[in-house]
Design a protein around this ligand. Structure first.
Ligand SMILES: Cc1cc2nc3c(=O)[nH]c(=O)nc-3n(C[C@H](O)[C@H](O)[C@H](O)COP(=O)(O)OP(=O)(O)OC[C@H]3O[C@@H](n4cnc5c(N)ncnc54)[C@H](O)[C@@H]3O)c2cc1C
Length: 304
């Protein structure tokens, strides 16, 4: 697998690269191969090269993943440098998948475009938003897309979003799609109007815990909140190793003291069991898992 990248010159290649500093949890082992392509064209080459050998994982800002302590036996492709954003007409913005939400919002303020302020405070890449169907305050980012370009089954394809597939943490992308770029359509507005909206959404996040986390661990079940159920089950503030179910918001797990991913998995397992036993509700993880977890508590059941 390593040999396949010996002659790759379209980006940085590192073998056995630690991944923890590339995630918001700050946890996890190494990736056998790590590639950071310099351009979309080299990202496509890297993906196709890697796919012939072993599993491939596309890494955005690492804000919705838990990496195994044992690392990943495959290739991680980081989209960090694929971060172009530009205007393609008065109201439409082109982005590459690795552009950050914060950069897109800055761009919107500069170009007087409104619509995406609800994303303020999400530490993600735009590709990551689309991949997981991210949203906030009853809005989903995918609803603003007019087109995306994906690498699907080895072919670069332009597709229009299927809005009927978009919902709460649901995307129209297929499982192995590599989202390369896309276009969002927004509306004109004044700079102060947009800035005020951004500030008001950031203020609405004051209840969000600080510290190393991956945001909400579980999806909210229909008509309820995962955090409320975990709190009512008595597990707010519960700790395992260096990880804690937040005292501020029980759907957040915080790495407060050099936690291992097995500590996080243990808390996930405790919270799921407690909520199921007390309320008969099966919580499903919102975060994604990278690497092997089989030796942790008999492996992770359910949603991935
Ligand atoms: C403090 C905090 C607050 C948060 N608030 C919210 C919130 O309000 N709403 C919300 O929905 N989420 C929230 N999150 C979770 C997270 O930010 C989102 O899920 C985000 O969309 C993940 O994007 P990412 O770039 O970090 O993706 P990563 O975590 O790097 O990856 C997540 C998944 O997307 C895939 N992926 C990433 N990029 C691509 C691509 N270009 N093509 C194909 N697949 C790709 C990865 O392979 C992985 O499966 C929060 C997280 C934190 C830490």
């Amino acid at each position: 697998m390593i040999d396949a990248f010996n002659n790759f010159n379209g980006g940085e290649v590192i073998f056995h690269r630690p991944l923890k500093d590339l995630t918001t949890f700050k946890i996890g082992g190494t990736s056998e191969v790590f590639v950071e392509p310099y351009s979309l064209a080299s990202a496509i080459t890297a993906y196709k090269t890697a796919k012939k050998q072993a599993p491939v994982f596309i890494l955005g800002a690492g804000s919705n993943i838990l990496v195994s302590d044992n690392g990943y036996k495959g290739t991680v492709i980081s989209v960090n440098r694929l971060d172009r954003i530009n205007l393609i007409n008065k109201n439409s913005v082109y982005f590459e998948c690795g552009a950050k939400v914060s950069a897109l919002l800055h761009f919107c303020v500069k170009e007087n475009l409104t619509g995406l302020e609800f994303l303020a405070g999400i530490p993600a890449t735009i590709g990551g938003l689309v991949a997981v169907g991210a949203g906030a305050f009853n809005e989903n980012f995918c609803s603003y897309l007019t087109s995306v370009t994906v690498l699907r089954d080895g072919v670069v394809t332009d597709i229009e979003p299927d809005f009927s597939a978009v919902g709460y943490r649901q995307t129209f992308l297929k499982k192995d799609d590599f989202l390369l770029s896309g276009v969002v359509k927004l509306k004109p507005a004044g700079e102060y109007f947009i800035k005020n909206k951004i500030f008001s959404y950031i203020n609405r996040r004051v209840a969000q815990p600080k510290g190393f986390s991956a945001g909400s661990i579980f999806k909210n079940p229909d008509g309820d909140y995962a955090g409320r159920l975990i709190e009512k089950a008595g597990f707010k503030g519960f700790t395992v190793g260096g990880a804690k179910i937040s005292e501020k918001h029980a759907n957040f797990i915080i790495n407060y003291n050099s936690a291992k991913s097995r500590d996080i998995v243990s808390l996930i397992s405790v919270a799921k069991t407690a909520v199921y036993e007390k309320f008969g509700v099966q919580l499903l993880e919102e975060i994604r898992f990278l690497g092997e977890f089989d030796d942790y508590y008999g492996g992770l059941p359910h949603s991935y």
